[in-house]
Design a protein around this ligand. Sequence first.
Ligand code: SAM
Ligand code: SF4
Length: 458
Amino acid sequence: MNRPHKVYVKSFGCQMNVYDSHRMADTLVPAGFIETATPQDADLVILNTCHIREKAAEKVYSEIGRIRAVKEEKARNGRPMLIAVAGCVAQAEGAEIMKRARAVDLVVGSQNYHRLPDMVARAQSGERVIDTEFPVEDKFDALAAPAREAIAKRGVTAFVTVQEGCDKFCAFCVVPYTRGAEISRPAAKILAEVERLVEAGVREVTLIGQNVNAYHGAGLDGGDWTLARLLRRLAQVRGLLRLRYTTSHPCDMGEDLIAAHADLAALMPYVHLPAQSGSDRVLAAMNRRHTRADYLKTVERLRQARGDLALSSDFIVGFPGETESDFADTLSLVEEIGFAGAFSFMYSPRPGTPAAEMENQIPAEESNQRLQRLQTAITRVQRTFNARYAGATVQVLLEKPGRLPGQLVGKTPYLQTVQLMAPRNLIGTVHPVVITEIGSNSLFGELADAPALQAMGA
Ligand code: SAM
Ligand code: SF4
């Protein structure tokens, strides 16, 4: 085929999947593929799936149904299209997907994306291809680097995977089974990737990993580096204005990482630190390896290092055996910490995990009712957190155009979205913004340095 092939990648689930989706698209560039924004326009559709909760997997099957209709329509017009399923559902249910969804041409597990060009070539010649083995080679080494144009299109913020997999085995979680054992990328590779991103216009990098603060990769000096050490080196990259990292485990919040929050101006004062529950009994049953007191102590140390540090969290309600009193402990933890935000999930039994076999599974109506109550509490503390910034001047990284003409959207250090009127050429720069209004999903503000910018002709 002479015209370029087009690939449409749809991501489900976590930021790690968003990152993987970009890398899959990058890997297919040498095979003649360019990215497109719609499945209708695509020769290859990749669904990058998430297996963390049951609904997530079901969503994938309904999406395959929708994409199949597009595939059939295109086939009638003589334009063949391939459907690929990638990610954690692919890893966990490989052969089952092939059986259940005949329209799927290839299934690629979460560790095998570097083999995509070869798999796609085989699928193009009519084979139904499946690869969910955990390979011996490192997929990161084999994945293609993103092209400059691709980076520029994706905007001024970027994710970089530094660590993958998990050895923690929380009783409810499939990640150790779908992503495999914990591995950390060498610091040199991460530094090179960050430098390339910054050179192409990226101004904020978020380091990601299932347990990002358990990072222990080969350092530039030949020793083992912690996440704090890595952050200290990355903070020296010229042109990189902001650094973030996610997701952290409370047990891996080392002293050096806490100290980095006190020392590094580029490291944003925001930590996503999943607590899962406020009850010691439930935390023990979850095999979380920390107590409520441990969690509070870690938060206290973080806040001592950086007074304005904001926290967010993940919570699961309706874990097997969770009583009303356990749930009350979760509600009180939310109030006590005063989170800037939090995700809350109804416990979903995952086949193969210890919790799925536990007795005392909580009826769905009860879990659902707890979820509503928890979400009300989270919304309340989030509003209280945001209200503190009414009238304040905060540093905002201007990220992209807003919905209204002349409007830009940016982020505060605390990950709050801010909408404001500002010239487009300020995208990628940080400016002081006076917060004039607190909305339910975002803040509104005005450039505090507008007169100075006007004088400079910006
Ligand atoms: N590694 C992170 C940690 O230790 O918190 C979390 C990774 S997981 C991809 C993201 C979130 O999904 C978890 O924090 C948890 O709240 C939620 N989750 C994981 N398994 C779940 C399950 N079986 N049911 C409901 N929520 C689940
Ligand atoms: Fe899953 Fe627990 Fe590992 Fe997080 S720490 S990925 S919740 S097993």
